[in-house]
Design a protein around this ligand. Sequence first.
Ligand code: GLP
Length: 254
Amino acid sequence: MQTNSARLPARRSGVTVAPDAREAARLVATRIVAFMKEKPDAVLGLATGATMEPVYAELVAAYRAGNVSFASASTFNLDEYVGLASEHPAAYRSTMNRLLFDHVDIDKTRTHVPDGHASDPSAAAARYEAAIAATGPIDLQLLGIGRNGHIGFNEPGSPLDSRTRVVELHSSTLDANRAFFPDGRMPHFAITMGIATILQARRILLLATGPAKRDAVVRAHAGGFDIDCPASALSDHANVEWIVDAEAAAGLSG
Ligand code: GLP
């Protein structure tokens, strides 16, 4: 519904524009809470990155307020660095524990993050794809977007039919995430769900906030799949909603 209030989100086809990052994160959390009420045993696809932190804070608050339960849910995270112990503060497993899993009623044995510390990361990636196939399909996949248009760690050049695999991180991704590695020892490889894996989710919510995401948001909406902008693959999906703040949406026309 259109509204004249600047504080309420504006909805376009597939794109919802929130006034600021906080409201955008709230909207995403609201969608997840509503979804969990509909389907308490949902399989959720989860994402990391600074953009997601307020979403998880909202979900923890909703859980504490008695508005949501994750007791019957299963989760699969998109990606993980290769070579980090799961307890490393920058590992996505420890990040997810810290931001969400430790604070809600989820059964941790049903929370999945690729095993970046496996002796054979490619075999671990294949096992992860198989686990998604066995438990899934993913009902609701949460996505962020990299400045270069990546989703998960599917960097530009990732094919549409890619599956969970080991990938090399691009220099812009290394630069964007360097702050999480104060000792300077940042992994250059990761395990990520593939684009085809992501597109199998029944429903996708992509959250993008801030001016650094503006170009990637524009390129992803240029029409059709552009291999240099992995998020453009979402144009092939029947149930995807982009939730963006005004800064990230500024380059979109109409
Ligand atoms: C990382 C993650 C992505 C995430 C992206 C954006 O590279 N692997 O899944 O979408 O960063 O992160 P941020 O939200 O910090 O900009």
